[in-house]
Design a protein around this ligand. Structure first.
Ligand SMILES: Cc1cc2nc3c(=O)[nH]c(=O)nc-3n(C[C@H](O)[C@H](O)[C@H](O)COP(=O)(O)OP(=O)(O)OC[C@H]3O[C@@H](n4cnc5c(N)ncnc54)[C@H](O)[C@@H]3O)c2cc1C
Length: 664
């Protein structure tokens, strides 16, 4: 019996393990994939496919998942890492969507508290002469109230107004001359790749699913009537496997059209990929202790700034992408877009030399359906809803959606699968299903690991414990246990970052990591935080994991070289200095120690001109208006006026009767 009391069928019970990770090995999973007859085969190991696998397995269906790269190697490791309702969708009158998103946000906070955590967002309000445009302030206020009422308040905080000084406390380099006040509201953040992995591991270890990474579906198999009956899977480094399944689910994100085309030969063009990029900088270059929403003057959008331990990341862009789906490069103009937006609101501008990491991902947005016109040409205006389709050949496809709503997407998909399977109706149980790391008894704390009693000496400030707990939850003790025999594994995996060498070993032993990119990009987020440092550390990391993966020392060196070259090429493509190609140290001046976790973003509105709200970055709103006038000449006056209008908490000084700002 599962510890949460739901029924586990006998065939699954044999697979359920009490010890963390012992059955999450690729060799074991491959063997089971080859032997099994499945009810459901899920194609795609991003958050959507992972969610479908967990939902199906936890309803008692025999479930397999295959992923052509690593788990989360597609879009699900490249998001803004927000678990959020989407403030801006309110402006598009998507009230139901926001309600659903916020309900899912709450479920994630409950079911994966180690991976998903609340995060406050600052919306700085800029103005002229110490006054904010009235319409701008009203747009925000209305949206924030609606956000709270639509379910935002369930996080335990409602939005609040903050003074200029309070805003500066959070983000000291904001242009103080133009800053008047701000709003704070709450959303949540998650490490997207680790969340995806936790969902897959929960499906496998707690519910008997089979999951294999680095195994691509190359064709769909059919019966004489043309109905899809499974797929041929080509695992890296092994022979092809024919997997038989009563229903195949296409959860391949931006590749979903390719999978559909494998089925009937026709590309449905159901997906419009939209690229988004992020950059990372050391926290002292762009100080922000929470998240913030920054306007993009030229574009009526906004970007997020998100505190991430010793780093801060900024993003994102939203542009149509018709290049190769496997390589959504971050280009120099993408970097310029973020730098220009960021530098427009601070008095300590960022330069390219400050950037330590970049990442680019593709949103799998739903293309407008025939007969429906998109509100505009902009990908930012395309719906963030999801769709579940059942084709005439039985292929079930789930497309669109968000990281935040993966559980609901999975529920809707498996409802459709169950409809295809017929027979007994099986109820979805994932609303209250805790993910791996949130189970297993007790919180992990300093001194509660395998070195019980020596915890304080080992980790006097509790930093290691905090770091591990935020990434592994209760399984952190299994990571720490690796250091019992090998204390050197407590050393940093990548100099300047907090990840421990033990985490790389744990990744290959218990998290199905089989490449350097699996370890440095997704199990840890080292390359996102400091790409040059990750590239420099690749030889040492390869040497550490080589014995586990059966690599010779020559193979390890070659893989390290290949990984470092790819990382440097990504920087070069983005117009950034790759920082040498050999042994030397990181040019990033990388910090000491970061914490863990992931991030989020938000967006604000400003810019000049009209006083209506428009949309911002993923899920945040923007109120455009004379919120951020270009007024260097008026600064002296601004000081004088501000002195007369220093806002009390809860009071936003506003313009009174300007034409643009007059309330309607
Ligand atoms: C820049 C950006 C910022 C975002 N920010 C947020 C945010 O803050 N919050 C939020 O909620 N959402 C956000 N999103 C959206 C969210 O990231 C995506 O909706 C989500 O990650 C999509 O997951 P997926 O599983 O559908 O796709 P993917 O993660 O791409 O997974 C699909 C998988 O299918 C695999 N695959 C493809 N073909 C095959 C095959 N033949 N065989 C086997 N496997 C195959 C791929 O390798 C891939 O791993 C953001 C997206 C982007 C791009």
């Amino acid at each position: 019996m599962h510890r949460f009391g739901h029924y586990v069928p006998m065939w699954q019970a044999a697979c359920v393990t009490g010890t963390s990770g012992s059955l999450f090995s690729r060799a074991d999973q491959l063997e089971r994939l080859g032997q099994g007859q499945f009810d459901v085969l899920v194609v795609g190991g991003g958050i959507t496919g992972a969610g479908v696998a967990l939902d199906a397995a936890s309803r008692g269906l025999r479930t397999a998942l295959v992923e052509k790269g690593d788990f989360a190697s597609g879009t699900s490791s490249k998001s803004s890492k927000l678990v959020h309702g989407g403030l801006r969708y309110l402006q598009q009158h998507e009230f139901r969507l926001v309600y659903e998103n916020l309900a899912e946000r709450q479920r994630l906070l409950d079911n994966a508290p180690h991976l998903v955590s609340p995060l406050p967002f600052l919306i700085p309000l800029f103005g002229k002469d110490g006054l904010v445009n009235r319409s701008v302030a009203r747009v925000y206020l209305t949206a924030l109230w609606l956000y709270d009422l639509t379910g935002g308040i369930r996080i335990g905080h409602r939005h609040q107004r903050v003074t200029r000084e309070q805003a500066l406390d959070h983000m000291p380099t904001l242009e103080a001359d133009r800053l008047v006040a701000g709003f704070l509201y709450w959303d949540a953040r998650a490490d997207d790749a680790r969340l995806t992995l936790a969902v897959v591991r929960t499906a496998v270890l707690d519910h008997g699913a089979v999951a294999v990474n680095h195994a691509a579906v190359t064709s769909l198999t059919r019966d004489a009537g043309g109905r899809v009956t499974g797929a041929t899977v080509q695992p890296d480094g092994g022979p092809a496997i024919d997997v038989s399944a009563k229903v195949v689910v296409n959860a391949a994100g931006v590749w979903a059209d390719d999978i559909t085309a494998l089925g009937d030969g026709v590309n449905p063009h159901a997906i419009t990929p939209a690229k988004g990029i992020h950059i990372t900088v050391p926290a002292d270059k762009f100080p922000c202790d929470i998240a913030a929403v920054i306007p993009v003057r030229s574009d009526h959008r906004s970007i997020f700034v998100v505190s991430w331990g010793d780093q801060v990341y900024l993003g994102t862009t939203d542009t149509a992408w018709d290049g190769p789906l496997d390589d959504p490069s971050c280009l120099p103009e993408d970097v310029d877009y973020i730098l220009e937006a960021a530098n427009a609101v601070v008095n300590q501008p960022l330069t390219r030399a400050d950037i330590t990491g970049v990442w680019a991902g593709l949103r799998p947005l739903l293309a407008p359906q025939e007969g429906h016109r998109a509100p505009s040409e902009r990908t930012a205006d395309l719906s963030r809803r999801h769709r579940v389709d059942v084709a005439t050949d039985g292929l079930v496809s789930v497309t669109g959606g968000k990281l935040t709503t993966y559980r609901k997407m999975a529920e809707d998909t498996v409802d459709a699968v169950v409809g295809q399977l017929g027979g007994e109706r099986r109820r979805c149980i994932t609303k209250d299903l805790r993910l791996r790391g949130a189970t297993g008894g007790g919180r992990f704390r300093s001194g509660t690991g395998s070195r019980s009693g020596t915890g304080d000496a080992l980790d006097p400030a509790g930093e290691i414990a905090t770091h591990l707990a935020g990434r592994y939850g209760s399984e952190a003790r299994d990571v720490l246990a690796l250091t019992d025999e090998r204390p050197e594994l407590l050393e940093p995996l990548v100099p300047g970052l907090r990840y421990l060498a033990a985490e790389a070993l744990y990744a290959v032993r218990h998290e199905m990591a089989t490449t350097l990119a699996d370890v440095l990009d997704r199990r840890t987020r080292a390359s996102l935080r400091d790409a040059r440092a990750a590239a420099d550390a690749a030889p040492a990391v390869a040497a550490l994991i080589a014995p586990e993966l059966g690599w010779t020392s020559e193979e390890a060196a070659a893989r390290a070289q290949e990984y470092a070259a790819a990382v440097r090429e990504e920087l070069r493509t983005a117009g950034l200095d790759p920082g040498g190609d050999g042994a030397g140290g990181s040019t990033s001046g990388a910090s000491t120690g970061a914490s863990t976790g992931a991030s989020t973003g938000a967006s604000t509105g400003a810019s000049t001109g009209a006083s209506t709200g428009t949309e911002g970055a993923d899920g945040t709103m923007e109120a455009s208006g004379p919120n951020e006038p270009d007024q260097p000449a008026g600064r002296a006056r601004t000081h004088t006026r501000r002195a007369a209008h220093t806002p009390m908490e809860g009071d936003i000084p506003m313009e009174r009767g300007t034409a643009a700002g007059r309330p309607s």
